[in-house]
Design a protein around this ligand. Structure first.
Ligand code: NAP
Ligand code: G4F
Length: 326
């Protein structure tokens, strides 16, 4: 019998890469999607004939119960979230409902209908927030700086508690930023790669940004779904960081992206607007992924400059294709 996996957040960046990965491993894959007025299957259009999609929402307990019961999965990957930090300041209650309490709803559904399933929770380096050391590892204290980070900390400890109280196999992957050509357009790297591609093709003149001094540990998303899977193959559940170990500023990413398009005077194409700044910022994230290497043999491979190149080239290609077909 092939193993089966239920992936929440199936339409998102990570959900799409993870479902591809699990199909290659021979899994029966169930993807959880929420009802929207206009379907949002862009990232998984190429997979819809090979996975089973279930309608459910992290806000709605009965839909989660039904989805878990129907799939009867060996593994559950909880990737669904209100995942944009900026929006969490504007919609803190909704973010808490989905990104925090939604995880408990899913754990309850698993406890009732698939108690033997192994659960992966998409925890985040955003939990470290205002850091007191660099690099951050699994022993670094949490000091979240956004409603999103606060919700992820709640979810992290809920997972630890279900492990300790109910003996369930629940693991937190504490992942640092990972990006790709499938990233939502509001996130910094994709906003920049898409903006640079538009400027390169003469479709725009500028990109409007915020804090250029914040630093992030940016990796390439397809590599990080391999870590998620490896974590659920361990004998015991554990909490493990995924990161590249390198940190770069937003300014460096912007420079690198413009360089891919052959534009050196990038400052002329960037405007700064107060609306893109956060009320409280996470200034510096750099992860130590030593435990991931020791425990599951995982290491990030794609380096910072290659990430910028992959993303800008992909956006140029897709904008050119759209222009030709219109
Ligand atoms: P993403 O592209 O924003 O995907 C989020 C997914 O969650 C989407 O499929 C979205 O569905 C779904 N979702 C949102 N609200 C929902 C609800 N109420 N019920 C059910 N589904 C809902 O995020 P990602 O980058 O793939 O990240 C995956 C997970 O890892 C998230 O939990 C994120 O917080 C976490 N994480 C990400 C990073 C990173 O750098 N990417 C780092 C650390 C942790 P729609 O398509 O319908 O909106
Ligand atoms: O791309 P971002 O919006 O990602 P952020 O806030 O680091 O969060 C992402 O990574 C987390 C892991 O650490 C995930 F948990 C979370 O779900 C998400 O995937 O912003 C990156 C940095 C920030 O410091 C932000 O202030 O870029 C800075 N920035 C500067 N100008 C901007 C902009 N960010 C965005 N989105 N848009 C700007 O115009």
């Amino acid at each position: 019998m092939p193993k089966s996996a239920l992936v929440t957040g199936a339409t998102g960046q990570d959900g799409s890469f993870l479902m591809e990965f699990l199909l290659k491993q021979g899994y029966e894959v169930w993807g959880l999607v929420r009802r929207l007025s206009v379907p949002n299957l862009g990232n998984i259009q190429h997979l819809v004939d090979r996975v089973s999609l279930l309608d459910a929402d992290l806000i709605d307990q009965s839909s989660l119960n039904a989805a878990v019961r129907q799939a009867g999965p060996d593994e559950i990957y909880n990737l669904a979230a209100q995942s944009f930090v900026g929006t969490s300041f504007v919609q803190p209650v909704l973010t808490g409902e989905i990104t925090g309490l939604g995880v408990v709803r899913l754990l309850e559904a698993a406890r009732a209908y698939a108690p033997g399933a192994r659960v992966y929770q998409a925890s985040s380096s955003e939990m470290f927030g205002k850091v007191d050391r660099e690099p951050q590892d699994e022993s670094t204290p949490f000091h979240p700086r956004s409603p999103y980070g606060v919700a992820k900390v709640y979810a992290f400890w809920a997972c630890v508690n279900y492990r300790e109280a109910h003996g369930m196999f629940v693991s937190n992957g504490i992942l640092f930023n990972h990006e790709s050509e499938r990233r939502g357009l509001e996130f910094l790297t994709r906003k920049v790669s898409h903006g640079v591609a538009r400027i390169h093709l003469g479709l725009a003149k500028t990109i409007n940004l915020g804090n250029l001094d914040a630093k992030r540990d940016w990796g390439y998303a397809p590599e990080y779904v391999d870590l998620m899977w490896r974590m659920l193959q361990l004998k015991e559940p554990d909490d493990i960081i995924g990161a590249t170990g390198e940190s770069h500023s937003v300014r460096e990413f912007v420079e690198a992206a413009f360089r891919v398009a052959g534009i050196s005077d990038w400052e002329k194409h960037v405007t700064i607007d107060e609306k893109n700044f956060r009320p409280s910022e996470v200034y510096n994230l750099r992860g130590d992924a030593g435990k991931a290497k020791r425990r599951v043999g995982w290491e990030a491979k794609t380096r910072f400059k290659d990430l910028a190149r992959i993303m800008v080239e992909a956006d140029i290609k897709s904008l050119e294709a759209a222009r030709k077909s219109s």
